[in-house]
Design a protein. Structure first.
Length: 342
């Protein structure tokens, strides 16, 4: 974007956007004159605001003499004027404590992280489960836990572990389970989960006839064992109640529209995958930039987290008036915690 604004215009635009983010009220020239140390008369400020409106950086609702940012204004602010607002130590401690208390072995951990982030930011929080398509299987373990149940432990080279329980018709000896585990590891270990799902019939298909039946159960459960993360993005949504504190959603219809958007996973995934990231790995889409009509009233900020060979996304969706500078910090810190925790 061309940096065509004067220093005075930049200053006025910054004040308008920062104050509008805080108050949700259109900002007038007298407000800026009184609340800031800009040292300009209301008349001069009005002239600058008029120029900014002509350039489509701000607009004004018919019911108010104040101004509010356009999508173009928000974009200029994010690209050229925004200073990242760092989290306070208490805010960091609060989210760290809550994430540290989560059960690593639970498949619900990403769902819980989305709830935590939604509660703390008062925005819609989206957390995707890691994309397992490039994850490499380190080893499989089969362990007896009762006479008719076997625990399957799937270990990924990144350190991620997944467990499932199989029902079997009769007790299988420890030696037999270890032998079957060894054969499965010889044929599958070192492959990506995507490769396993595509080639498992050729690699272990003939083993289904072994007398314990455990390999047949294993083969029949391949999709369950490796879930469906290799086929798409699994999303968890939090903050659907907390965002009601935002004045934009005082209207039942506005809130309904937002919930319908978050329920449309295809739209959310498309937007997440299409937003270009900046040099810091943060992606921001504002209003109509997403090219999807359902997103025109909202902004989305996202970043990517990595766990070894696996990666996922964390995002926040809210009104275009969202506090971009603070929310970027929330996402970055949460991403660091996930890397540390998982």
């Amino acid at each position: 974007m061309n940096n065509e604004l004067t220093d005075r215009e930049k200053t006025i635009l910054r004040y308008i956007i920062e104050d509008f983010i805080q108050t949700a009220n259109p900002i007038g020239s007298r407000y800026i004159s009184k609340k800031t140390n800009i040292n300009l008369s209301p008349a001069t400020i009005r002239n600058v605001m008029s120029d900014l409106e002509d350039l489509n950086y701000i607009t004004h609702p018919h019911t108010s003499g104040g101004r509010m940012p356009t999508d173009k204004g928000y974009r200029y602010f994010v690209n050229e004027l925004m200073d990242i607002e760092h989290l306070k130590s208490g805010e960091k401690a609060k989210i760290k404590k809550q994430i540290d208390e989560l059960d690593l072995a639970s498949d619900e951990i990403y769902k819980e992280i989305s709830k935590i982030l939604g509660r703390l930011t008062k925005e819609i929080s989206i957390v995707s489960q890691p994309n397992f398509s490039k994850a490499i299987l380190e080893k499989l373990e089969l362990v007896n836990i009762s006479s008719n149940k076997v625990l399957v432990v799937v270990s990924i080279k990144s350190g991620f572990v997944r467990t499932l329980i199989f029902d079997v018709h009769s007790e299988i000896s420890r030696d037999k389970l270890e032998k079957i585990s060894r054969i499965l590891n010889e044929r599958l270990s070192g492959l990506t989960l995507k490769e396993i799902k595509k080639t498992y019939k050729d690699r272990i298909g003939e083993l289904q006839s072994e007398h314990t039946g455990i390999v047949k159960v294993f083969v029949d459960s391949i999709d369950k064992i490796f879930h469906d993360e290799t086929d798409g993005m699994t999303l968890y949504v939090g903050g659907t109640l907390e965002i009601l504190s935002q004045p934009e959603f005082g209207s039942t219809q506005n809130y309904k529209n937002l919930i319908e958007l978050t329920d449309d996973k295809d739209v959310v995934i498309h937007v997440l995958n299409s937003i270009p990231t900046d040099e810091n790995g943060v992606a921001i889409s504002i209003g109509e930039e997403s090219k999807d009509d359902k997103m025109k009233d909202y902004s989305i900020i996202s970043t990517t987290y990595s766990i070894g060979d696996m990666s996922g996304k964390i995002a926040l969706i809210g009104p275009k008036r969202m506090n971009y500078s603070k929310l970027v910090s929330w996402l970055n810190f949460t991403t660091d915690l996930i890397k540390e925790k998982l």
